[in-house]
Design a protein around this ligand. Sequence first.
Ligand code: ZN
Length: 219
Amino acid sequence: MPSDISVSKTPSSLNSGGFCEDDECLMDGDTASPEEISNLSGAVSMLLQGIGENPDREGLLKTPERVARSMRFLTRGYRQNPEELLKKAVFTESYDEMVLVRDIDIFSMCEHHLLPFFGKAHVAYIPDGKIVGLSKIGRVVEVFARRLQVQERLTQQIRDAIQDVLNPKGVAVVIEAKHLCMVMRGVEKLNSVTTTSAMSGEFISSPSTRSEFLRLIGA
Ligand SMILES: [Zn+2]
């Protein structure tokens, strides 16, 4: 690997936080009012009835509220602004070689079935006078992933946010993910992985830059 390329693995704690047995932690930073939680819980209760369940049986008594809080957590990206987040950590720097953050864990939900899709994102950019704190790359991925998504749009939104804020010479994003709506419903083979990519600038205009990126992520 050439020495002028920065490759960093995201800290495993970055995306693993948040889920625990204790439902309280799902409320971390959530601004939902009691009324919003109550409305969402009511909808979940109707969903349970709709599939023929009895929301009043013991095992399901707390399920509507639990699901309501869980859904708020899984969609908290709607209440976060990725551009603002990036702007907080932009620095002037003359480094102008590729910066690559590989293997960022993503957990998102498909907007067609409300089922999870999950996998890895790889994000690279070539600075043009400005760099951004590396952890912010993972955070931007997280903000867009924690919304209802299609993988194609998620990939492009990450590219566009970095392009807009940093105005670098180019951005490249590749996401590899498994979709439970395909796996669980038997539409595709169990281990099928969907790969999407979105690029800009030198990653499009320079075949050698693009192939270097693809080689570094092992594509
Ligand atoms: Zn789906």
